[in-house]
Ligand binder design. Structure first.
Ligand code: GLU
Length: 284
């Protein structure tokens, strides 16, 4: 008899603010699935962006989740403590000629796009026009040796040539969904100011931690196309996906970190009980 995969889910917030009801919904989506299946629920702090993440938010996240009544299995994975692992993944892509250094500033890119007259957009914004893709080996080496700041971009055309043509993912309740990672263009996998990007770290960690079901907001669904490409290139296993609805406020606007009233801390301070907060987050 084939061994059944144990259900492993995770909640992977970025400590850039206090958790609100939308996060509670996301955390509960993963937690209830794992607990119902006798599986594992993991907590990961995606704190690789030094400009936006704060340790006090990380501490608050753990506190707020405990208050909500959630527990997690094993230690919390803190991405900033594993930068070397992400570098190794980048090295593996670079060794196959799939990355190139990009020296462009935001202004350079905007100028280039304006001059070209065409501005195709992907899920993360305007597509990179490819300026640095065409630099010679010598020029790249010279500018890196001169200490010029650079990001690392995925050469999408090369990546697609190496990956299976019919990439897809399994979305719970829908079945297989075809992927179009080319929509992202030459996406940044290591930023000038951060050693690796969200896309690289999240797929790396889902694989490393044996996540079998990714539960996360519908807003991240387009990113799954790119994550499947990275999984294929790196030989990482493919989890299933369950993208959930995004919670909205009374006026129908999506909850965001700026909406302070909806933070779990404020609800707690206002006398809301954990059970009431869970119900407000859609898990009553
Ligand atoms: N760290 C991401 C965020 O806070 C979520 C990553 C994921 O669930 O894939 O938006």
């Amino acid at each position: 008899m084939a061994a059944m995969l144990r259900c492993v889910t995770r909640f992977a917030p970025s400590p850039t603010g206090f958790l609100h009801l939308g996060h509670a919904h996301s955390a509960l989506a993963g937690w209830t699935r794992a607990r119902a299946a006798g599986g594992r629920f993991l907590l990961r702090l995606e704190d690789i962006d030094p400009g936006r993440c704060r340790p006090e938010y990380a501490t608050a996240i753990l506190e707020d989740l405990r208050w909500l009544g959630l527990d997690w299995d094993g230690p919390v994975r803190v991405q900033s403590e594993h930068l070397e692992e992400y570098r190794l993944a980048l090295d593996s892509l670079a060794a196959r000629g799939l990355l190139y250094p990009c020296f462009c500033t935001r202004a350079d890119i905007a100028r280039e796009i304006a001059a070209s007259g065409a501005a195709p957009h992907g899920p993360d914004g305007p597509l990179y026009p490819g300026t640095c893709r065409n630099l010679s080996k010598e020029e790249r080496a010279r500018r890196i040796a001169a200490g010029e700041a650079h990001a690392l971009r995925l050469d999408m055309a090369r990546a697609l040539a190496l990956a299976p043509r019919d990439l897809s993912f399994h979305e719970e309740g829908e079945g297989r969904i075809a992927c179009r990672p080319e929509r992202f263009g030459d996406v940044v996998l290591a930023r000038k100011d951060a050693p690796a990007s969200y896309h690289l770290c999240v797929t790396h960690d889902d694989a490393l931690q044996g996540v079998t079901l990714v539960t996360r907001g519908e807003d991240l669904r387009p990113a799954t196309d790119l994550h499947r490409l990275l999984q294929a290139l790196m030989g990482w296993p493919e989890p299933a996906y369950a993208h959930h609805r995004l919670l909205t406020d009374a006026s129908g606007r999506r909850l965001a970190k700026r909406d302070k009233a909806a933070t779990l801390r404020d609800l707690r301070a206002a006398g809301v009980s954990p059970a009431e907060a869970r119900a407000m987050a859609g898990f009553g």
